[in-house]
Every structure is written in C-alpha cells, then in structure tokens.
Write a protein that binds this ligand. Structure first.
Ligand SMILES: [Zn+2]
Length: 376
C-alpha cells in the first residue's frame, strides 16, 4: 500500500469504530423491521410489483410503499386501492397480512384483478413503534391520532402519498390488543355528511363484510376526526377501518384482513361509480404520480445512519482493494447482509488478522438501485 493511503485508512477506521461504539447494538442486528422488509423483497422480482422511494420514520427507518398492478394495462383507468397497516407498532397481524396480500397479488394468478385495480400497499406505517413493539411511534405519538396535526413524519409522508395517488378506497388495518371481551371483529365506516355518499360506501362494503361475517359499524357525527379513516373520509375519500378481536387467533385475523381486502377489490364497482363515493379521487394526475414510480422495487431497510456506515465501509473496502491484498477469497456479500458485515467489521477491525477479508467483503457491496430518503 502506498504510504500516502495510510492516513485515509486510519481516519476511516477510527471514524467507523468510534461512531459504531456510540450506537446501540440493535442498529447492527437483524431487526423486526428487517424481517418485514426482507419478506417484501421476496416479491421484488415480480413484474406486477414496483415501488416509489420510501419515506423515513422519525428515527430514519424505511417506510416502504409498494405499487402492485398489471403495469401493461392503462393505469389511469384503474380502481386505486390503498392498504395501510402497522400504524400501531404493537399490532403485528395487520403488517404480516399486508405483506401476504402483496405476495398473493405478486404471483399474478389473479390477472384480471391486476388489470382492473392498482394497489398501493404500505405494510409498515410505524417502523419505530414496530421495532419497540409499542403502539406509539418514537416521538411517543399515536400515529392514528395524528391525522390533521401531522406531527409525525410517518403521517406526513403517507398524507403526501395519498394526495399524489388519490386512491378510490383506503383500508386501514388494525387489531385490538386489550384482552377484554367487549371488543370484536368490526369494520368501521366513518360518518359522512352526504346521505348519497354514505349509502354508496355502505353498499360497497356490506357484501364483502357479510361474506366474511364481519359486522359493519358507523362512527357517529362529531367523533374524533384525527383517525386515519375518518380524516380522509371527511376529505372526500372512501376510507374504512378493519379491526379484529383480541381473542381471535393470528390465522383467523389474517384470513379476515386478506379476505376483506381482496374481496373488496374484486367487487369494487367502476371508477365512475367510485368517483361519487370518493370525489377527491378525481383529482388524480397519472403523470405526476408515475414520475416517482421506480422501474423496480427500491432496496430499503436501512436508515440514514446505516447508509452512512455502508458508505464508509465501501471507502474502506476501496482502500483495501488498492492494496491488492492476496486474500480475495471472501465470498460476495449480498446487499441485504450489509449490517451483519458491518457488525463483524466492528469486531474485526480490532483484530488485525481478521480484518483483511472483511474489508474485501465490504468492497463487494453493491449500492445500485438504492434510493435515498423521502422524495417529497
Ligand atoms: Zn390499532
């Protein structure tokens, strides 16, 4: 190695070690959010799945958005269905159900559905809360009481998404977590001032709900409008909340969420009909929405801090490559294992004999198709 490179290597190494020692170990280990994201990444190869650049939570975790449809058919004339899960971090079943709905659609077996509908799926609306298994986000805010005040970055991102895509139908998935016997499976329709709209929305939901045996309730006039479905209903969308009983098992819950979303999509009436129930959907502009559509799903799962570590690791790897080490036997490290490699690196940099293969490993990381931050 050229002596001129020593200060650079030294600087990078010291920076990485000092910075990594300041971070909690949870940053470097596979997290709950990583599990969800890696499950989603299994569908990245599907021609029916694309994404837009992800949002970021308060702590910088990725907030991915998937667009699932048959992209060869006219996107402008489709029924747009927005599926939101995970606003409450202690409700895992909606999150996994949203992932499973995406998986079912990604196979393309229901081609007619994909030709007719465009799904926008946000499986993990509150990743910080999900990671902590807590209802609230990292700011201790209840995201589903934040619609209108928009103090949570998660809510702000989703609001921008909705204003861009103007969905005809919004479905928010939740589950009761308190173990009292009063709660039940239920679909809540918000109170809507127009009787015509109210009737249309009710008829849209009723048959799907009764097929699955889920009662439909309607919120009262004057109820808290800071809940997602009520907020968007008041703004001219067809928005509803699906809630499942705390006593129901995971399999039953997931059956209800998946069954309801797919059945609602299959039975959704024409765009013209839906325009009456969701007047705000008519403000959709395909060109502006599609300008953010990525040609293939974005690799997500790393927050800003992790991105920084990967970049520093790449720099170290480049220096190692420049030294033309003979130990080029380190296996290729897939991008999604970057955090694992960085964790090893933290240990290995302290052990000179082990550091060289790790540096080579880092050099093999690929950062292509990576997108950064929120696009708004
Ligand atoms: Zn909830």
């Amino acid at each position: 190695m050229s002596p001129r490179l020593y200060p650079l290597v030294l600087f990078c190494s010291v920076f990485l070690i000092v910075a990594s020692s300041c971070l909690p170990n949870s940053v470097f280990s596979a997290t709950l959010c990583d599990k969800v994201l890696s499950s989603c990444s299994a569908f990245h190869g599907s021609p029916y799945v694309r994404s837009i650049p992800p949002g970021r939570s308060f702590e910088g975790r990725a907030l991915p958005v998937y667009v699932v449809t048959d992209f060869k058919t006219n996107l402008a004339s489709k029924v747009r269905i927005f599926v939101l899960a995970g606003q409450h971090g202690n409700e895992p079943n909606p999150v996994w159900s949203a992932v499973r709905v995406m998986g079912k659609l990604a196979t393309g077996t229901d081609r007619r559905l994909l030709q007719r509908c465009l799904f926008l799926i946000v499986p993990l609306a509150n990743p910080d809360g999900f990671e902590r298994r807590q209802r609230r986000n990292a700011q201790e805010l209840d995201v589903n009481r934040d619609w209108g005040s928009f103090k949570a970055p998660e809510a702000r991102f989703i609001d921008q998404l909705i204003r861009m895509w103007r969905p005809h139908i919004l479905v928010d998935l939740h589950e009761w977590t308190t173990a009292d016997s009063t709660n039940r499976n239920e679909i809540e329709l918000p109170w809507v001032p127009s009787p015509d709209r109210s009737r249309l929305i009710r008829s849209l939901v009723r048959s799907c709900a009764s097929k699955l045996g889920i009662p439909v309730a309607q919120s009262r006039e004057g109820s808290n409008l800071m809940l997602f479905h009520r907020y968007y209903s008041a703004r001219g969308y067809t928005a509803l909340l699906v809630e499942t009983c705390s006593l129901a098992g995971s399999a039953q819950k997931r059956h209800l969420y998946e069954g309801f979303v797919l059945s609602l999509a299959r039975s959704a009436p024409s765009v013209q009909y839906l325009a009456v129930a969701s007047p705000s959907a008519s403000e959709f502009r395909l060109s502006s929405a599609c300008s953010f559509l990525l040609s293939s799903p974005a690799a997500v799962g790393k927050g800003a801090v992790e991105e920084l570590f990967i970049l520093v690791g790449i720099a170290l790897g480049f220096v190692a490559y420049a030294t033309r080490l003979s130990h080029v036997d380190a296996c290729l490290v897939p991008e999604q294992n970057a955090l694992l490699v960085l964790r090893k690196l933290r240990h290995c940099l302290l052990d000179e004999s082990a550091s060289r293969p790790i540096l080579i490993s880092l050099f093999t990381l690929r950062l292509d198709k990576r997108s950064h931050g929120c696009f708004f």
